[in-house]
Ligand binder design. Structure first.
Ligand code: ZN
Ligand code: ZN
Length: 173
């Protein structure tokens, strides 16, 4: 059981299943063929509907997430990987909070409306206002701990208090 390919008794005229649940069909010479022989069935269905080969970089999305349900109603042709990823992101948001455009907070993981979230300057992260403060404080603490291995920092909530360990005698005045 579980084996695929020509040695399998499940083999039915060049149609097989990948470990990820996708169907492969025998299409030698197709531009997207693996090892020049097999392509994804969902690609073939999309191309049939489109009437031509899918352009390079174009991906096919399964609407209900079932990878072998390759009917027209279940397939969306995505212009590129970025669009495909966006669909998945929105699906995830919709399932989590009922709002496809809401964003997941990188700190607390809860969803918030795009207008209520802060976007990190140098990354794809989004934060609630409060979460950004906490996250920034924690990052600062991590950085400080990294730079000052010998120092112990305690936060009383507003200002940092520095306590040098007893062994640190060589602190210049
Ligand atoms: Zn998809
Ligand atoms: Zn948050």
């Amino acid at each position: 059981m579980g084996d695929t390919g020509k040695n399998s008794h499940h083999w039915k005229g060049g149609r097989t299943r990948t470990s990820h649940g996708y169907i492969l069909i025998y299409k030698p010479g197709h531009p997207r063929a693996f090892h020049g022989r097999y392509i994804y069935e969902h690609v073939a269905i999309a191309e049939k509907a489109l009437g031509r080969f899918l352009p390079k970089g174009v991906e096919v999305h399964h609407v209900n997430g079932v990878h072998d349900e390759n009917e027209n109603y279940n397939l969306v042709i995505c212009q590129d990987r970025a669009f495909h990823k966006l669909l998945h992101k929105r699906e995830k948001a919709f399932k989590a909070c009922g709002q496809a455009t809401w964003l997941s907070c990188s700190y607390c993981k809860a969803y918030g409306s795009p207008g209520s979230m802060y976007v990190a300057k140098n990354g794809p992260q989004h934060y609630h206002r409060e979460c950004m403060k906490v996250n920034a404080a924690m990052n600062k603490k991590k950085r400080v701990q990294h730079c000052w291995k010998e120092a112990v920092m305690e936060l009383d909530g507003t200002k940092p208090i520095w306590v040098l360990p007893a062994t640190s005698k060589a602190v210049p005045a």
